[in-house]
Design a protein around this ligand. Structure first.
Ligand SMILES: [Zn+2]
Length: 396
């Protein structure tokens, strides 16, 4: 088999991945699925049992000979907290080792980075207490924000509403405040990892997560690994030009998908068309939610502007599919959490009509089931992924 792993860390990661994705599996099935020897599987599983990451649960059906003991992830062994910094709200998700959401909650948008460090620190303590999770089981904090950003230390370039964050040493300050390891990443990238982690998707699936919130971006995942590119800015599909003479964008480009079909411009168009979206100073995503509800109720002017947006978003999706060639395209993020049913048919039609034909069947396009929490859940999943797939020499 071509995919046999030889490095102990790779074996551990691969085995954990398969246990997680299959929910329950025997050692024999693990050996079969990974191509590893039974001896290697037994060694890795013994370590995972010692670490408490995996437990034995009852016995599966025997195929003759000795009945097989089944293995599953022990969800309460570790927890991670994910935080999504948004221009409209701050979203928190506490997730367990199985990728399940233990609790989720929202706070107002954090506009001052100094204050944010303090608020997040307080939320970490409060969430553990509320969920009854021992502090030593929380392995870290994942913080995600709209990209592009410098994943290692802080936000290097932010959309207009979040410029106060630029060059703030967010990671170092949060680590000081919480005493936890902190991972920073792009919200769309995190969303792809969250889907992989929480939805039982295996490493054989190539996932493109098209994220729409304040902006439009994409997270890419293949072979169970995120594709980040050279500077963690892969997937900035919202900044593909769809009109070379279009309006200038904050990114420095012109006529970007985000400028022509994003939530902000769509809200503006709806207001200009006389659609009642509440007070003018209402945050963009709240106004967009109101627009989506009117469109879903069949109000013609609302439907028209949303459908116009969907045509631009479909161009972004189509470009993404042509570049990445995924099996699965997932529409995710807060905008799709409300307006997804309006965008899904338009995107599906464009993607499947024009996509290069392959022997392996049509691409699957679907809406995320994690709603507006998808990026915060993904932030937690990034931490779990880093814990379970340690880099460097972890002896099997
Ligand atoms: Zn742009």
């Amino acid at each position: 088999m071509a995919s046999v792993a030889t490095h102990p860390t790779q074996s551990r990661t691969m085995i954990l991945d398969i246990i997680r994705a299959s929910r329950m599996i025997s050692r024999v099935e693990l050996a079969h699925a990974t191509g590893l020897t039974q001896a290697t599987v037994s060694n890795v599983v013994r370590r995972l049992l010692e670490d408490g990451f995996v437990v034995e649960v009852g016995r599966g059906a025997s195929t003759g000979g000795k009945p097989r003991t089944l293995l599953r992830i022990e969800p309460t062994a570790r927890y991670a907290l994910g935080v999504q910094l948004g221009a409209d709200a701050t979203t928190f998700v506490l997730a367990d080792l199985g990728g399940a959401t233990v609790s989720r909650w929202r706070r107002p948008a954090l506009t001052d980075p100094e204050e944010a460090v303090d608020v997040i620190g307080t939320e970490v303590e409060g969430s553990l207490e509320r969920a009854g999770v021992p502090r030593d089981r929380l392995i870290g904090l994942g913080v995600v924000a709209p990209g592009p950003q410098l994943a290692a230390s802080g936000i290097a370039l932010a959309p207009p509403a979040m410029t106060a964050w630029v060059d703030f040493p967010l990671r170092a300050r949060l680590e000081d405040r919480t005493g936890l390891p902190v991972l920073l990443d792009n919200d769309a990238t995190a969303t792809a990892v969250g889907l992989y982690w929480a939805d039982g998707i295996t490493a054989t699936t190539t996932i493109a997560a098209l994220f729409m919130g304040q902006g439009i971006g994409a997270g890419l995942l293949s072979g169970g690994q995120v594709y980040r590119g050279a500077t963690s800015n892969a997937g900035e599909i919202g900044h593909v030009t769809v009109d070379v003479d279009g309006p200038p964008c904050w990114c420095g480009n012109r006529g970007c998908v985000e400028m022509l079909g994003g939530t902000a411009v769509t809200v503006e168009r709806a207001r200009a068309a006389g659609v009642d979206l509440g007070p003018q100073d209402r945050p963009t995503l709240a106004a967009f939610g109101a627009l989506a509800r009117r469109a879903l109720a069949g109000e013609p002017a609302a439907l028209e502007v949303v459908e116009r947006s969907a045509r631009f978003v479909a161009v972004a999706a189509h470009t993404l599919v042509n570049v990445v060639d995924p099996d699965l395209l997932v529409l995710t993020g807060p905008a799709f959490a409300v307006a997804g049913p309006l965008y899904l048919p338009v995107v599906t039609e464009v993607v499947t009509r024009t996509r290069f034909a392959r022997g392996s069947g049509p691409i699957e396009v679907r809406l995320s089931t994690h709603g507006p929490e998808s990026a915060a859940l993904g932030a937690a999943a990034l931490v779990l992924q880093a814990e379970l797939a340690p880099r460097g020499g972890d002896p099997a």
